[in-house]
Design a binder for this molecule. Structure first.
Ligand SMILES: [Zn+2]
Length: 500
C-alpha cells in the first residue's frame, strides 16, 4: 500500500462531492428560478445524477480502497482515519439497500406525494390512506434491511439523528410534553393578551428584504460566499463552504415571517460556511446530525432573534425602513408581539412554547406505526386525540390535522424528532454561551455577533462529522443532552412575558 492511497480516496470523494453539488444546484434552481415548463427535463437530470452519485459511492473499487485503508488505520493521521471510517459508514448504509428496493421506494414516494397533495386539498385522509399503508410497509422493510437494535424505528431515526434511539426519546419527550403543556395551560389561564394589533398593516416587501440582508450581514453571513433568494418554502443549500445559499419568503401582511425565516436559514448557512477548508469536497464537511444543524438555526432565530436586545438593536433600522410605522412602537412591544403564545393546529406556525408538542405527537404516531401497534387507518383518531390532550384544540378537518405535513408522503419517518432536538441542543449550548460570554446581551444590542459566532465556530462548526451530536453537546456544555436547559429558558422568558 503506497501513500498515494489516501490521495486516491480524496480524489474519488471529490468527484462524488462534485456530483452531489451539481444535484444541489439543480434543486436550488428548481425552487427559485426554473420556469415551470422545465420541470420534466429537470426531473430526468436529477434522476441521472442521483443514480451516478449512488453508483460512485457504492463502486466496488471504493469499498476495497476503504477496507485497505481501514486495516492500516493506526498508521494514518487521525483526520484521515476518521475520513475513512465516516466514508465507510456511508458506503455500508447505502449498500444495505438493494437497487430494486431504492427504485420501488422512489416510485412510491412520487405516487404518494401526488396523492397527498390532492388528499390535502380535499382534506380527505381516506384518499391518502392506501398510499401511506404501502409507505409504512416499505419503511418497515427498510428498517429490516438496514438492521437495528431495540425498536425498528431506530433504523429510520439513524438516517437523520445518528445514534439516537426511540428508547432515549420516549422519556425525554414525555417530560417535555408534561412540562410544556403545563406551561401553555398556565399562559392560557393568565388571560394576558399581548398587544399585536399594530402588526395588522402592510409592510413594504422591499424594506423587509433590505432588513433581512442587514441582519444577515451583522450575524456574520458572508454574502460573497452566499446569497439570498425567494422561494415558496425557505431552505439552505450548500455546494461548498464558499457557496452556501439561503431562501426566504416575504409577505406584505406579515412583518416577521420573512425576517425570521432569513435568520433561521442564516443560522444554518453560518454552520456550512464554518467547516474547515481542508474538509472541502469530502465526507467530513457536514453536520453529524440534523438535530445539531437545527440547533444552529433555532438558536439564531429564537434565542437571539426573539430576544429583547435584538429588537432594541433593530428598532432604528425599523424606523428608517418603515417610516412612520414604528413611531409609537417600542422595542418591548415588538419583543412581546414576536413571542406571542397561542396554541394552533399548524406546526409551522407554532410558537416556542407549543412547537415541541407538535413534534412529540408525530413521533408517538410514527413509532407506533413502525412498531405495528397502530394501523394507518387509525391515524386521524389518534392525531385528533393527541392534539386535544397536548394543545387543548379540536381538529376540524384532516387538512389542518394529520395531512398538514409533507414528510410522510416522502417516507421521511424519523425526521420530526430532529426539530425538537434542535430546540433542546440550542438552549443547552446557549446557556453555556451566556456563561462564557457574560456581556453577550450588550453585544447583541450593539449589533456585535462576532463573539457568539466565534464560539459556535470553535465548539460546533469546525468539527463537521468528526464528533457525534452527543460528543459536541457533552464537550461544549459538560453535560449530556437534556431537556432541562430548554425548560428553564421557557419558564424564565414566558414567566416574565405573561407575568406567571
Ligand atoms: Zn431548519
Amino acid at each position: 500500500m503506497n501513500d498515494g492511497s489516501i490521495g486516491l480516496l480524496r480524489q474519488k470523494l471529490g468527484e462524488i462531492a462534485d456530483v452531489n453539488s451539481a444535484i444541489a444546484l439543480l434543486q436550488w434552481d428548481q425552487e427559485t428560478y426554473m420556469p415551470p415548463k422545465g420541470a420534466n427535463a429537470r426531473g430526468q437530470q436529477l434522476a441521472t445524477l442521483s443514480a451516478l452519485s449512488h453508483r460512485l459511492l457504492t463502486a466496488p473499487e471504493l469499498g476495497i480502497l476503504l477496507e485497505q485503508l481501514r486495516q492500516r488505520s493506526t498508521g494514518l493521521d487521525p483526520d484521515d482515519a476518521i475520513l475513512v471510517s465516516e466514508t465507510q459508514y456511508d458506503v455500508k448504509r447505502s449498500t444495505k439497500l438493494p437497487e430494486s428496493f431504492v427504485h420501488e421506494f422512489a416510485e412510491e414516494q412520487s405516487k404518494a406525494f401526488q396523492v397527498w397533495v390532492e388528499a390535502r386539498a380535499q382534506s380527505d385522509f381516506r384518499k391518502f390512506q392506501p398510499n401511506l399503508e404501502r409507505m409504512v410497509e416499505l419503511l418497515r422493510r427498510k428498517a429490516d434491511l438496514l438492521g437495528y437494535e431495540g425498536s425498528p424505528y431506530n433504523a429510520l431515526l439513524e438516517e437523520f439523528e445518528r445514534g439516537m434511539t426511540a428508547e432515549q426519546l420516549r422519556p425525554l419527550f414525555a417530560e417535555l410534553a408534561e412540562q410544556q403543556s403545563g406551561l401553555v395551560k398556565q399562559i392560557t389561564n393568565a388571560h394576558r393578551a399581548l398587544d399585536t394589533n399594530w402588526l395588522n398593516q402592510e409592510w413594504a416587501p422591499a424594506a423587509q428584504w433590505e432588513l433581512s440582508l442587514r441582519v444577515l450581514r451583522e450575524m456574520g453571513y458572508d454574502l460573497e460566499a452566499g446569497r439570498q433568494d425567494k422561494s415558496v418554502h425557505p431552505f439552505t443549500t450548500s455546494f461548498d463552504k464558499y457557496d452556501v445559499r439561503i431562501t426566504t419568503r416575504i409577505s406584505s401582511k406579515d412583518l416577521f415571517s420573512g425576517l425570521m425565516g432569513s435568520i433561521h436559514e442564516g443560522g444554518h448557512a453560518l454552520y456550512d460556511q464554518g467547516f474547515l477548508d481542508k474538509d472541502r469536497r469530502g465526507t467530513l464537511a457536514s453536520a453529524p446530525s440534523l438535530g445539531v444543524h437545527e440547533s444552529q438555526s433555532r438558536m439564531w432565530e429564537n434565542l437571539v432573534g426573539r430576544s429583547l436586545p435584538f429588537w432594541k438593536r433593530c428598532l432604528p433600522a425599523l424606523n428608517e425602513l418603515f417610516p412612520s410605522q414604528f413611531e409609537r412602537v417600542t422595542a418591548e412591544a415588538v419583543y412581546a408581539a414576536v413571542n406571542r403564545v397561542q396554541p394552533s393546529l399548524i406546526r409551522v406556525e407554532a410558537d416556542e412554547c407549543t412547537y415541541n408538542l407538535h413534534i412529540i405527537l408525530r413521533f408517538e404516531i410514527e413509532v407506533a406505526l413502525i412498531e405495528g401497534t397502530l394501523k394507518v387507518s387509525e391515524i386521524p383518531d389518534a392525531w385528533n386525540a393527541k392534539v386535544k390532550a397536548y394543545l387543548g384544540l379540536d381538529v376540524p378537518n384532516d387538512a389542518q390535522g394529520c395531512l398538514q405535513d409533507i414528510h410522510w408522503s416522502h417516507g421521511a419517518m424519523g425526521y420530526f424528532p430532529t426539530y425538537a432536538l434542535g430546540n433542546l441542543y440550542a438552549a443547552q449550548l446557549f446557556e453555556k454561551i451566556l456563561e462564557e460570554i457574560p456581556d453577550l446581551w450588550s453585544r447583541v444590542e450593539a449589533g456585535d455577533f462576532a463573539a457568539l459566532l466565534a464560539w459556535l465556530r470553535r465548539r460546533v462548526h469546525v468539527y463537521g462529522r468528526r464528533k457525534t451530536a452527543n460528543e459536541i453537546i457533552c464537550e461544549a456544555t459538560g453535560q449530556p443532552p437534556s431537556a432541562a436547559p430548554f425548560l428553564r429558558y421557557l419558564a424564565k422568558k414566558y414567566g416574565a412575558l405573561y407575568s406567571l
